[in-house]
Design a protein around this ligand. Structure first.
Ligand SMILES: O=C(O)CCC(=O)C(=O)O
Ligand SMILES: [Fe+2]
Length: 356
């Protein structure tokens, strides 16, 4: 796979009218208008049934998830079982981290760890779509760590994550929330198997040592117009699916199949789930890895915490049997999730202006 096909162009005709946006992975997408709409809705799915002992209850949620994953690639989960105080505690820790002096945050600069998307990236260091101004957000990322996974088979496997010194309670706070989301993600993996009309335990063996990175993000309110800047530029996520916790500011937008930017407005207590590229590849495009971005025009600071979940890095992204046939052969070359992760990570990190 090419390591260099990084296009970052935006059609000059984008000024609030129709236009196109080219992502860092080289794909180009059209939109009707660069202004988002709240009129179209993202499905809200009641997840109560995923924890039920009754198979039929789980199956009902799976069918809803099947529809949302094929139609929109995005859905809200409510009654998912992760209590709101856990999210609030995560945001409190995020605020502590982002309030540190720049030099202190740069002690864990992402450029220090090659090939991994871990550590801190400062404000305005990426420009995902070639807008006039760099993306207005800063983030701290960390990887799955077997030592922190209550269900890990081998807790001695080292993690590549880097953590700030002199911030007591930060790592513990981050993993406290990560562990809750990991538990939810493993259950959702079974529900996704049902959604693909496969046996519920089909993917269990691939999520014992999953790809389960997480990040916290901070978006100041942006002054520039959406035609000149994003908080995070349009992109698709890398792994199988992402679980996003967002605060009350709003600003997450999803590019619908019909070309409208749709607002994923905050719903208190909900989690936003979106399909990512590895699932799209394995489902041969049956599930859609939907383009999304963040534009913070809320008048306040915005914080979010996406959790990126995928199969074991060594697992080949082979087609799921229910998604291929003689008439519908596999569209993608079969590589491992780890290879895909490294390709995407390096495309992005090579454009980090602070590394130059
Ligand atoms: O901040 C958000 O709501 C989403 C962030 C996002 O899309 C990402 O980090 O991949
Ligand atoms: Fe994303």
């Amino acid at each position: 796979m090419s390591q260099t096909s990084v296009a970052t162009a935006i059609s000059p005709s984008s000024k609030s009218g129709p236009g196109t946006v080219t992502l860092m992975n080289g794909t180009t997408h059209s939109f009707n208008s660069n202004i988002s709409t709240a009129l179209k809705k993202i499905p809200v799915i009641d997840a109560t049934g995923i924890w039920s002992d009754n198979f039929e209850d789980r199956k009902v949620v799976a069918e809803e998830i099947r529809n949302a994953s094929t139609e929109v690639g995005f859905f809200y989960l409510i009654n998912h079982g992760v209590d709101e105080p856990h999210a609030e505690a995560c945001f409190e820790q995020a605020k502590r981290f982002f309030a540190l002096p720049h030099e202190k945050k740069m002690e864990v600069f992402t450029g220090l760890v090659p090939n991994e998307y871990v550590g801190f990236h400062p404000m305005e260091c990426y420009n995902r779509n070639g807008w006039k101004h760099q993306d207005l957000s800063e983030a701290f990322n960390w990887n799955y760590d077997a030592a922190e996974d209550p269900e890990a088979v081998d807790k001695t496997k080292p993690s590549k994550s880097i953590w700030p010194s002199d911030l007591p309670g930060f790592k513990e706070g981050m993993f406290s929330y990560h562990t809750k989301l990991l538990q939810l993600a493993r259950r959702l993996t079974q529900i996704f198997a049902l959604a693909l009309h496969m046996p519920e335990d089909t993917f269990d063996k691939y999520v014992r040592e999953p790809e389960a990175g997480m990040r916290i993000l901070h978006y100041p309110e942006q002054v520039h117009s959406v035609d000149d800047q994003n908080g995070i530029g349009a992109h698709t996520d890398v792994e199988c699916f992402t679980i996003v916790t967002q605060d009350s500011a709003g600003g997450l937008e999803v590019l619908g199949k019909n070309g409208d930017w749709i607002k994923a407005e905050p719903i208190p207590g909900s989690l936003v789930v979106n399909i990512a590229d590895c699932f799209m590849r394995q489902t041969n495009d049956f599930f859609v890895s939907t383009v999304h971005r963040v534009v913070n025009k809320s008048g306040k600071e915005r914080y979010s915490a996406p959790f990126f979940f995928g199969f074991d890095r060594n697992k080949l992204l082979e087609p799921i049997p229910t998604c291929v046939s003689e008439e519908n052969p596999m569209k993608y070359p079969v590589i491992t999730g780890g290879e895909y992760y490294r390709w995407r990570t390096n495309i992005q990190k090579n454009t980090n202006v602070f590394s130059k």
